[in-house]
Write a protein that binds this ligand. Structure first.
Ligand SMILES: Nc1nc2c(ncn2[C@@H]2O[C@H](COP(=O)(O)OP(=O)(O)OP(=O)(O)O)[C@@H](O)[C@H]2O)c(=O)[nH]1
Ligand SMILES: [Mg+2]
Length: 322
């Protein structure tokens, strides 16, 4: 493919599952290049089928290793799978680890697997929109499921839940009084909880505690939602529990499909994407406007206009620019 492939050619390539077209389209989208937008416009009617799965949990809890086993099992079943790893910037590993790179290399020659990592630092508050937009590319290219891995630090965990149809919360044994230190609200995020590193002796006890706790949480609000969170023990090193995890996810997908939830969640995801795009554009306008407001600031500094009146004036100017 020529370097200067047109958006039309790229879009056709994406829909045909061509790896180079997918990679280039994602880069264009990440860079907010006009070509990215054009590709998206063309491929969007071909999206909407894929199951988008969020995988989140504490740094180093074994998410990437688990995702790698999910890839293996899914490929074994002949399905195409894409992974978007929101670049860790993990406080422990400080980014994609050597292990991550080695794991990614394993699938390098397989066109049915696409693994991409995205630096969260680069996007700041715009992470959500870029994540979903990239997911559309995978979706149009026939990847299903699409897995989004994020390090769970409270806020991000909630953010990922708004980006996915199903969320896997990874919990790891051997981190002190595990269940006691669980952040409030974490449990509600997981549609499925994976107790990772299941080969460790403490894993079964953690899974048991989580099931007990989950029953309490479900009794409070589970029936309202109609889905009982499943707790599954997995080991990436021993390759166990992965089939059970996939079965739980398939069950969750079927439940979403049979209830109104699939549509509700899809609406929420797309709504988040639209809202964050609008926010990004407004912000750019505000920055542009504030660059031409030296006079207003001078008046505020001179105490002849209050900051709130100045804000009103700036908003007026913004509106008149549209
Ligand atoms: N014993 C055991 N160790 C595991 C297992 N899975 C992962 N590990 C180890 O746990 C460490 C972290 O694994 P990763 O898969 O990189 O964890 P992660 O959650 O993706 O890490 P970040 O992305 O940096 O937050 C590595 O040293 C792995 O070898 C497992 O099933 N059993
Ligand atoms: Mg990881």
């Amino acid at each position: 493919m020529p370097r200067s492939a047109s958006p039309e050619t790229l879009a056709t390539g994406v829909i045909g599952g061509d790896t180079a077209s997918i990679a280039r389209s994602i880069t264009a989208i990440e860079n907010d290049a006009p070509a990215g937008r054009e590709v998206l416009d063309r491929i969007f009617p071909h999206t909407g089928a894929a199951h988008i799965i969020g995988v989140t949990g504490p740094p180093g809890s074994g998410k990437s290793s688990l995702v790698n086993e999910i890839i293996r099992e899914t490929r074994g079943r002949g399905k195409k799978i894409a992974v978007l790893a929101i670049d860790p910037s993990s406080p422990i590993t400080g980014g994609a680890t050597l292990g991550d790179r080695i794991r990614m290399l394993e699938w390098h020659a397989d066109p049915g697997v696409f693994v991409r990592s995205m630096a969260s630092r680069r996007f700041g508050g715009g992470l959500a929109q870029h994540t979903l937009t990239v997911a559309h590319v995978f979706d149009a290219a026939g990847f299903d499921p699409i897995v989004i891995e994020t390090v769970g630090t409270g806020q991000d965990e909630v953010a990922i839940a708004a980006l996915a149809h199903s969320t896997v919360l990874v919990q790891v044994p051997g981190m002190g009084d595990s269940v006691q230190t669980l952040k409030a609200g974490s449990l509600e995020i997981g549609d499925v909880i994976a107790v990772s590193k299941g080969d460790r002796p403490e894993a079964q006890a953690l899974a048991r505690d989580l099931r007990r706790l989950q029953t309490l949480v479900d009794d409070m609000d589970g029936l309202m939602h109609g889905w009982r969170t499943k707790v599954v023990t997995t080991s990436a090193t021993e390759r166990t529990g992965i089939d059970t995890l996939l079965a739980a996810l398939a069950e969750h997908r079927a439940w979403l499909r049979d209830s109104e939830e699939w549509e509700l969640r899809t609406r929420r995801m797309l709504g988040t994407e639209i809202a964050s795009r609008v926010q990004q554009r407004l912000l750019a306008d505000v920055v542009a406007a504030s660059e031409s407001t030296g006079d207003v600031i001078e008046q505020v500094v001179a105490r002849s206009v209050s900051p709130l009146a100045a804000a009103d004036r700036m908003l007026e100017r913004l509106r008149s620019r549209r």
